[in-house]
Design a protein around this ligand. Structure first.
Ligand code: SAH
Ligand code: TRP
Length: 363
């Protein structure tokens, strides 16, 4: 009889009951500030998640398909260089691009375990079940938790580990939290392990702004959806039609900022918080930032977090990049940025780090 390969699946949650209160707390805090803001995680209710999936298919929204192209091209190279036996995916979501890495590990014969980490319990369970069925013999250890707080609960490494954080999620942190998050990863990365970070690159502001304000208006619907969430969950009475979607590239800070602007003065009641909020004419509410990187700015963030770049993979149009990095060990030889690998860049005559054309997939 053929030996059968049993897959093992286990999902643990580290979200405390108090975590459910965060919507009310965030809204109370965010709407009573001098410059109003709402945290982006509340954009993703069931409707918001569907709208976001629609955004990922938009012609203007190059990010998802470009990151997929980069992984299709370089997954084998990434697996060969890291020798990874397990993936610990931070913010795994629906993990649509993860399969490219798992397939490359399966082909290399190293694949042993997949550890998806996400605050969304439903997606962790769905992905755990799906991959458990699709990869015979794979052990799946799902973690429902906050990757800023619960990484100490990860199982011990089963061998060289690859830690993907894809989709440009890192760009949604403000710069200080971004470095704190990266520094915290030092505990997850032993010296044999690597971080794999999807980052959106600085480019023509017109292309950037189009990606966040598409002609079909899907992004506007997505951004405005947060007001529907507040109306439903907190008994608020936002007139959603009295707000408009705003997205602009802040050139100095190198991030896209998403806002909702009140088209006329208005007062909003948030019943569950016993709160009345005034909006002046054209007053704006910030919902999300999406930072764009250059190789230099990425280097600074990595270095500040005790990490060092190993490789930077990009697409021919240099729209998006996937960075492979590892923990910098004290006493390491100072390495030239990106040692002997697939691409990557050069310092031009003005002393600026520039991307070179990507090398084709080996073989
Ligand atoms: N990696 C996926 C999803 C990116 S969307 C892709 O590339 O398609 C960002 C994901 O990060 C969402 O699934 C969201 O639930 C998750 N996320 C956001 N903040 C988080 C946090 N603090 N802890 C854990 N997961 C988080
Ligand atoms: N993380 C996504 C990004 O930075 C989220 C996103 C896309 C988004 N479009 C948006 C968030 C519009 C708020 C509004 O690309």
């Amino acid at each position: 009889m053929e030996p059968t390969l049993e897959s093992v699946v286990e999902v643990r949650s580290y979200l405390a009951p108090g975590d459910e209160r965060t919507l009310a707390d965030d809204v109370l805090d965010g709407l009573t500030r001098p410059l109003k803001k709402l945290p982006p995680k509340h954009l993703y209710d069931a409707r918001g998640s569907l709208l976001f999936e629609a955004i990922c298919e938009l012609p203007e929204y190059y990010r998802t398909r470009t990151e997929r192209l980069i992984l299709e091209t370089y997954a084998d190279d990434i697996v060969a260089r890291t020798g990874a036996v397990e993936l610990v995916e931070l913010g795994s979501g629906s993990a649509t691009k993860t399969r490219l890495l798992l397939d490359a590990m399966a082909t290399a014969g190293t694949l042993r375990r997949y550890v998806p980490v996400d605050v969304s319990a439903a997606t962790v369970h769905a992905v755990a079940d799906r991959f458990c069925n699709e990869y015979p013999g794979l052990s799946v250890h799902g973690v429902v938790g906050d990757f800023e707080r619960h990484l100490s609960h990860l199982p011990p490494a089963a061998g060289p580990r690859l830690v993907p954080c894809l989709g440009g999620t890192i760009g949604n942190f403000p710069p200080g939290s971004r470095r704190r998050f990266l520094r915290g990863l030092g505990n997850v990365l032993d010296p044999a392990s690597h971080l794999l970070l999807g980052i959106d690159l600085v480019k023509d502001p017109r292309a950037l702004e189009a990606a966040y304000d598409d002609s079909a208006g899907v992004t506007a619907q997505f951004n405005l959806n947060i007001l529907h969430v507040l109306n439903r969950e907190l008994g608020a009475d936002f007139d959603v039609d009295a707000f408009e979607h705003v997205a602009f590239f802040d050139r100095r800070r190198e991030w896209i900022e998403m806002r909702l602007r009140a088209t006329e003065p208005q007062q909003v009641r948030v019943e569950a918080l016993d709160l009345d909020v005034e909006f002046g004419a054209r007053e704006e509410l910030r919902t999300e930032i999406s930072a764009k990187f250059t190789p230099e700015s990425l280097h600074s963030d990595l270095a500040a977090a005790g990490l060092e770049p190993v490789e930077l993979y990009t697409d021919p149009d240099e729209l998006f990049a996937v960075s492979l990095a590892r923990r910098a060990e004290p006493g390491d030889e100072p390495r030239g940025a990106y040692g002997g690998g697939a691409l990557i860049g050069f310092t031009d005559r003005a002393g600026h780090w520039r991307l070179a054309q990507p090398r084709r997939r080996p073989g």
